[in-house]
Ligand binder design. Structure first.
Ligand SMILES: NC(=O)C1=CN([C@@H]2O[C@H](COP(=O)(O)OP(=O)(O)OC[C@H]3O[C@@H](n4cnc5c(N)ncnc54)[C@H](OP(=O)(O)O)[C@@H]3O)[C@@H](O)[C@H]2O)C=CC1
Ligand SMILES: O=CC(=O)O
Length: 338
């Protein structure tokens, strides 16, 4: 029997890739132009499953993928998927929630600490042999413990951040999300407030929402100007949830004190991005979930999702349940190859 054809894109941990290769005809592509790469487009035509990171699955791609049954993201965010176009074609979409929650919360909290206490800047100060005298106040940071933290996006990761802030740092927690979270309020002593109130009252603002039509450009000049001049802004969501040029202006004009960024409008970040020259900005290369343990768990979950979808079974972390309801009656037991 000919093996089903699979595309793996950008990231999949080696043992998982090898396991898939034993079952399927898998081709791995990395960061190619998917609109023009001939090898990719030829392969895509007979592909039944895609697994990977940040592949833009839009109408252009889907018209070239007539046999596609499932797209399995190795990420919790799925702003790279056009769900409307996938639904029109009854193609399943999956992601990797939960397994990364604590790791991402650790990264984001680490970024907050690094920005507040100026850790990368002072590391450079020591290693570049500038530490020759006792330190003066120009090198001081600001306290994190007992301050007010505003979390925009009180979902799984937002709540894991609240846990760290509440139990570890005794912070006052304000949050904003579409719906109130009474359980999280009780557990982490968190208070719901409007976005504007959160921005005005917080010493630290963490943005950790998905990128959607609603959150595209969510935080811009108006929002930065509402923040305290001493506020530190942390973005762990997606680069496009903020207006990056507005952040640059607000930092330049002292409207906020500093920023910690794991995500950028364009990734990898462009080398002439002004944020890279700002001392009060701490940058990371989108590594929220990137530990050995968690990346492996994400790849394993993504593979489980993919295999289930290809076998006509409901994937464990399905995004578009409406598509599953449509195809469920059509899935023929005969076509299932276990
Ligand atoms: N930097 C990195 O490496 C990583 C980044 N991420 C990003 O973090 C995001 C969140 O992940 P996760 O916590 O697991 O997802 P969840 O779905 O559990 O949480 C998302 C939260 O965002 C809230 N939200 C959505 N839209 C709005 C809005 N318009 N205004 C205010 N709040 C809103 C939701 O509110 P409600 O519950 O009320 O609907 C929910 O509380 C991902 O989608 C991804 O973009 C994730 C992993 C790693
Ligand atoms: O950014 C990473 C994700 O899992 O989403």
């Amino acid at each position: 029997m000919t093996k089903k054809r699979i595309i793996a894109y950008n990231r999949l941990e080696k043992p998982v890739l090898e396991e898939l290769k034993s079952k399927y005809d898998v081709k791995f592509f990395k960061n190619i132009n998917t609109k023009t790469d001939k090898v990719f487009l030829d392969y895509l035509e007979k592909t039944e499953g895609i697994i990977g990171l940040e592949l833009e699955v839009d109408k252009d791609l889907l018209v070239n993928a007539p046999n596609l049954k499932i797209v399995s993201n190795v990420s919790v965010g799925y702003n790279n998927l056009n769900l409307e176009e996938l639904a029109k074609r009854n193609i399943l979409a999956t992601n990797t929630p939960d397994v990364l929650t604590d790791t991402v919360a650790d990264t984001i909290f680490g970024l907050l600490l690094a920005t507040a206490r100026r850790i990368p800047e002072l590391d450079h100060y020591v290693k570049s042999k500038q530490w020759n005298d006792p330190l003066e106040s120009e090198h001081y940071g600001i306290d994190v413990h007992h301050k007010t933290l505003g979390i925009i996006g009180m979902g799984k990761i937002g709540q894991a951040i609240a846990q760290r802030a509440n139990l570890g740092f005794d912070m006052k927690i304000l949050y904003n999300s579409r719906n109130k979270k009474p359980k999280a309020e009780a557990k982490y002593n968190a208070t719901y407030c409007s976005l504007d109130e959160l921005l005005k009252q917080s010493d630290f603002v963490i943005l950790i929402t998905p990128l959607t039509e609603e959150t595209n450009g969510f935080i811009g000049r108006r929002e930065f100007q509402l923040m305290k001049k001493s506020a530190i802004f942390i973005n762990g969501s997606r680069g496009k949830t903020i207006i990056e040029k507005d952040l640059i202006e607000s930092l330049k004009n002292g409207e906020i004190a500093a920023a910690g960024l794991d995500v950028f409008k364009i990734e990898p970040v462009e080398h002439d991005n002004p944020l890279l020259n700002m001392k009060n900005v701490v940058t990371l290369p989108h590594i929220g979930s990137s530990t050995y343990e968690t990346e492996l768990k994400m790849s394993e979950l993504a593979a489980k999702n993919l295999v289930a979808g290809l076998n006509g079974e409901k994937p464990p972390s399905l995004i578009n349940t409406d598509v599953w309801e449509n195809i469920k009656p059509l899935v023929s037991k005969k076509t299932i190859d276990k």
